[in-house]
Write a protein that binds this ligand. Sequence first.
Ligand code: 13P
Length: 340
Amino acid sequence: MNAQGLMDTAKMLVADDKGLLAIDESNATCNTRFARLGIPQTEETRRAWRELILTTPGLGECVSGLILYDETIRQTKKDGMPFAKIITDAGIIPGVKVDTGAKDMAGHPGEKITEGLDGLRDRLTEYFQMGARFAKWRAVIAVGDGIPSRGCIEANAHALARYAALCQEAGLVPVVEPEVLMDGAHSLKRCFEVTEEVLQAVFSQLHTQRVSLEGVILKPNMVLAGLTSSRQETVEEVADATVTCLLRAVPAAVPGIAFLSGGQSGELASARLNAMNVRFKARAPWALAFSFARAIQQPALEIWQGEEARVLAAQRALYQRARCNRAARRGEYDAAMERI
Ligand code: 13P
């Protein structure tokens, strides 16, 4: 492991007020999003959608890293140029999702454990050779009656740490994603408690597995009330709760925190990230960045609809959302930007 190289890559992923764009939906998830809009669910449409995204003019001004899926990192542009090369040429770092999905956890009804450790060392070597310089693994933690259980939190934290150690051995920066889900009617306070407990468990395991924190990016949820909770806190309250929770659980050695959007609208995700940077950018020990999928892609996908003639309009929408998030990193986002 080249510790300096990992540190440099991790720093680059959160440098210049940029962030990550996740286009790493599994085929099943990508197909579900296409099906809702009547877009054909084929390898070619998935390829065309990802080509549209990674050839968006100016994307590299706002996006430091693109997270691909196994199918996507092997794909090429229509003219045969590998996606990983197009991304690198655009000044963006290619990354790849390496978990194989969250599966029902034995003995733990309603809870999931993320799989993918078997054979991971060899897959990481192959991804590195294909140009990837960072990876992602997502653990999901559901909130509900009696859950999450300690067993679910510990098993997922352990898997995240083993994944992270293997990534660093292979020269890839691990993006460590423990996602406390928004589904449910729980309060922001409950999300805070669960997120803090999960992050404490994750960092304890990262330490035990000898992961170098300087070469890690954390990808957490924001601290929010559940989607169906009748009380939804203000943007400022969410920003305060989220950063307070992170300050209690995330060591200062971590260079960057890149939030997932988790089903928030693009505008809300930008507004909340902005509020965090307005209030905490000057004093937080880590960068407060983004690693959004839906909150950047969704408006563009709705415009594209699988039609060649709409590619440019969809790219403009994608660029616009990426630009709003870069502004949010600077604490300069304003809802008026949405109308430009
Ligand atoms: P969302 O921003 O759509 O939550 O996706 C982020 C991600 O990469 C989930 O693993």
